[in-house]
Design a protein around this ligand. Structure first.
Ligand code: HEM
Ligand code: HEM
Ligand code: SF4
Ligand code: SF4
Length: 382
């Protein structure tokens, strides 16, 4: 008997339960000081880059050291992080959804020793294993997606692009000298697992060719009606074709004119791959934010319509990101987010100052027609 659906008693949820399916109560994982002061925190402050203090009503303090992780990490790396947590944090460790690691301690002394220890741990080639930073007016750790290494629909790599962008911006990850926080995100396809809609600088993988149809496999593994239904533009229809050996098979026919390269069909059917060396690349979006300081929260907008994939170092992408961020850093007022700055100086000036070309591809971005997104008007004064 694996699961009993009758006689469940909510007061005794574990009664009679014979498996450990489902997560344990979150409180089992909280450091004692967090459990004790749960919901009773009064203030927090950033003491120095990467180091925060939270104070509770009881007077208890928690010092947090924030570390950027690469997200796709080895078990060896996780073990080392756990060793650090054992040494300084009674074995408690926290991974945030933005791929940061948070080490929490209750004394400033131990937090400082922890920070120094983390900064001293390097990979053989000299890069930081546990880079401390990403707090306050700095470049955030890049929230990113799974890329070529793990996902099925990417138009670009996530880890590779993140690494090259972060190599450009790293000094501003470990310092807090930006006008305001610069949230950076990478999503490797339009599914946008990576929060690009609400980030100051975002890179999104982009396909530019319709799916290639693998007729031989399709007939054997595809739920044809399901794949057809998945296409938002009605570009797919059922059909028949002859294989090289003369065999007639059921298949899917693609109306190439109608395809918008979204990849929905490929999610349904692996015989409709979309990835293509020339077709795939990235776009850059800017100016999104969640905060309502200075102006309302904003969705980001497409500022560069296409940059080809240039692995392993994506030099064009890295250069454009660096240019946008360094121009913003030099010109924005204190507390202005990237989108606030661009709106104040006018998007025409943003494009000019960042050496970006305004093309017709930017008139409609993914979400809204231009009259919402570009200052209510498409009348740019170039
Ligand atoms: C069958 C489909 C999917 C599989 C097998 C899958 C698998 C995974 C895996 C293995 C991870 C952890 C990756 C890592 O940390 O290295 C992950 C994380 C994540 N996935 Fe999925 N995923 C799927 C679909 C999706 C979809 C459709 C979305 C968004 C629309 C999504 C959003 C995310 C996000 C945001 C994370 C990161 C969570 C974090 O940062 O802690 N996933 N997924
Ligand atoms: C109406 C739609 C959405 C709203 C209002 C929304 C809102 C938010 C907000 C408020 C945050 C926190 C941002 C921050 O930390 O600065 C966030 C983060 C995030 N969102 Fe969305 N979101 C939406 C749709 C999506 C979608 C469609 C995806 C992916 C498929 C997504 C993925 C993420 C991820 C991965 C994060 C980062 C989480 C973290 O850092 O803790 N969001 N979103
Ligand atoms: S953004 Fe697209 S390609 Fe990247 S992990 Fe998400 S679904 Fe996969
Ligand atoms: S990529 Fe999108 S638009 Fe093109 S055929 Fe597939 S589902 Fe339709």
């Amino acid at each position: 008997m694996a699961f009993v659906s009758s006689g469940y008693n909510p007061d005794k949820p574990m009664e009679g339960r014979i498996s450990d399916i489902g997560p344990r109560l979150y409180k089992d994982f909280l450091p004692p000081v967090l459990e004790k002061n749960y919901g009773k925190w009064v203030s927090h402050e950033i003491l120095e880059p990467g180091l925060l203090v939270h104070e509770a009503e009881s007077g208890d303090k928690v010092y947090t050291v924030r570390v950027g992780s690469a997200r796709l990490v080895s078990t060896e790396y996780i073990r080392e992080a756990c060793e650090v947590a054992k040494k300084y944090c009674d074995g408690y460790i926290r991974w945030t959804t933005r791929n940061n690691i948070e080490f929490m301690t209750t004394s400033l002394e131990s937090a400082k020793a922890l920070k120094a220890d983390l900064n001293g741990r390097k990979f053989d080639k000299g890069s930081y294993k546990f880079p401390v930073g990403g707090t306050g007016a700095s470049v955030s750790n890049i929230v990113h997606t799974q890329g070529w290494i793990h996902c099925h629909t990417p138009a670009t790599d996530a880890s590779g692009t993140v690494k090259v962008i972060m190599d450009e911006l790293f000094e501003d990850f470990t310092n807090m000298r930006m006008p305001a926080i610069v949230r950076v995100a990478v999503a490797c396809c339009l599914n946008m697992c990576g929060a690009c809609h609400c980030s100051d600088l975002a890179v999104v993988g982009f396909h530019r060719k319709p799916p290639y149809v693998d007729h031989e496999y399709l007939d054997n593994l595809c739920e044809i009606p399901l794949a057809i239904a998945s296409c938002p533009t009605g570009a797919l229809k059922p059909g028949k074709t002859d294989l090289a050996d003369g065999k007639k098979v059921n298949t899917i026919l693609v109306n190439q004119e109608r395809c918008m390269y979204c990849g929905n069909c490929y999610t349904m059917c692996p015989s409709l791959p979309l990835s293509d060396k020339e077709g795939d690349g990235v776009i850059i979006m800017v100016g999104g934010k969640v905060s309502n300081r200075i102006s309302m929260p904003k969705f980001s907008k497409v500022a560069v319509a296409f940059i080809p994939n240039e692995p392993p170092r994506w030099p064009t992408l890295a250069k454009v990101c660096k240019k946008i961020i360094s121009t913003y850093a030099a010109e924005a007022n204190k507390y202005e987010r990237l989108g606030d700055w661009a709106e104040r100086i006018g998007w025409e000036s943003f494009f000019e100052k960042c050496d970006l070309e305004f093309t017709h591809h930017l008139i409609d971005d993914f979400r809204d027609p231009a009259y919402f997104t570009w200052r209510q008007s498409t009348n740019f004064k170039f």
